[in-house]
Design a protein around this ligand. Sequence first.
Ligand code: NAG
Ligand code: NAG
Ligand code: NAG
Ligand code: NAG
Ligand code: NAG
Ligand code: NAG
Ligand code: NAG
Ligand code: NAG
Ligand code: CA
Length: 381
Amino acid sequence: MEFMLILIISCSIISFAQPDFLQNPDFELPPANLAENLTSTFVTLQENNTIPGWSFEGLVQYVISGKDVQLPGNGHAILLGEDGKINQTFKADSNNQRFLLTFTMSLGGQSCVANASLIVSAPDSEFHFSLKQNYSKGHLDSYGHQLGSWGGAEEKNLVLQSEAIDIDPNSTCWPIVDSLRVKAVDPTLNDGLLNNGGFEVGPPFLETSSEGVLLDSVSSQVQSALQPWTVTGTIKYINSKNYFIPEGDAAVELVSGAGAGIQTTINIPQDSSHVLEFMLGDANDSCLGEFVVGVYAGSSTQNFSIQSAGTGSSKKYSIPFKGGSDRTSIIFQSYRTSRREDGIFCGPVIDDVVLHSSGALGHNFPVAIFLVLALVHLGWF
Ligand SMILES: *[C@@H]1O[C@H](CO)[C@@H](O)[C@H](O)[C@H]1NC(C)=O
Ligand SMILES: *[C@@H]1O[C@H](CO)[C@@H](O)[C@H](O)[C@H]1NC(C)=O
Ligand SMILES: *[C@@H]1O[C@H](CO)[C@@H](O)[C@H](O)[C@H]1NC(C)=O
Ligand SMILES: *[C@@H]1O[C@H](CO)[C@@H](O)[C@H](O)[C@H]1NC(C)=O
Ligand SMILES: *[C@@H]1O[C@H](CO)[C@@H](O)[C@H](O)[C@H]1NC(C)=O
Ligand SMILES: *[C@@H]1O[C@H](CO)[C@@H](O)[C@H](O)[C@H]1NC(C)=O
Ligand SMILES: *[C@@H]1O[C@H](CO)[C@@H](O)[C@H](O)[C@H]1NC(C)=O
Ligand SMILES: *[C@@H]1O[C@H](CO)[C@@H](O)[C@H](O)[C@H]1NC(C)=O
Ligand SMILES: [Ca+2]
């Protein structure tokens, strides 16, 4: 317990004062040279307009919160219309770092025949986001994404562009983006025991949102915003400001129903005996009913079922297992689809995933070191 606390405290110190990597990340500085007065909701930008901090191409509109669109903060955003694209270069402020992005997305337009999606790209990554229905209140979702790792004074170009299906642009709803936040985290993906089992290292949370950050399927550990966990289905990365969190400041909620889950691999000796411990509960978001979570650790599989009252609860569970022949997989997967009272998808919360060796200490050196360090801290030596 004590050493987990030390870990959590050191993690929060690392993620403490983050510089602002992006200029005008909320588009609160209005475009220059606007011919129109800012009284209409959508103002189409002309060639002689500039958005402070950003370059743009194609059909781009400056959006002002009004009865048609509700936006966070002071309510200014950018709509990426047909071939619409914005970009901004930014640079790391120190050594090699991994960059995580969170932004909000909604759609502009009404009764559209088609919804365009959004492509977010940086030199090391490209991801296609399409607006999900019933994942957050008010059609305004936050999405998390990993941009890549780099360092020094290297400048990287962050590009956001619309991606339409070939259909009449006038009957297409286009993405509206806002509240971009970039956070730098330690790039090391330790290759040993379980890392980030408390999910404290992940994409930034937005001050303006009372919902979590959605993470779409990502099958590569390297590209995941929640390293070293990969994602199946859609999960919600949630924080203690808005949800009940079993341990620390953040956890994951498996929201997209059957198949929603997280997984990682660990490197432990074949046939070594271990115990996987984790917290399972509900996020205090009125998500009622029975949750069934399948847990796979090496060759052990077990279903855990809890009855949720939707008022915030968690309990510790464990599953013994043995190391596999290659890397050993750890998987948490939901088997049920649940919705909150307001119709929004929700589900079980997983947190504080910890691995213990159940064999002799000498058998598993890293665990032994960990235990000794913990005991030293407790003053037992
Ligand atoms: C920018 O372009 C618009 C229309 O093309 C024009 O009405 C306006 O006067 C221009 N503004 C400046 C500052 O050149
Ligand atoms: C915009 O409207 C405000 C009042 O609504 C007015 O004071 C201002 O002069 C207008 N600006 C331009 C450029 O028309
Ligand atoms: C946008 O990207 C272009 C190159 O594609 C670059 O020349 C320009 O400086 C970028 N804009 C900003 C604001 O970084
Ligand atoms: C577009 O998205 C809106 C908002 O999520 C949804 O209500 C609508 O059904 C979607 N339309 C299509 C064609 O997918
Ligand atoms: C979203 O919720 C609305 C109302 O609760 C419902 O009509 C709609 O079918 C839902 N959409 C999806 C994709 O579940
Ligand atoms: C879309 O609407 C604009 C003006 O509202 C019109 O000029 C254009 O022809 C329309 N495009 C199509 C494909 O209907
Ligand atoms: C867990 O539950 C799922 C769905 O009910 C079922 O398909 C699976 O066989 C169960 N697994 C175990 C190990 O009981
Ligand atoms: C759940 O949320 C309510 C308010 O929304 C709060 O009063 C209550 O303490 C929370 N419960 C837990 C277990 O955090
Ligand atoms: Ca946690």
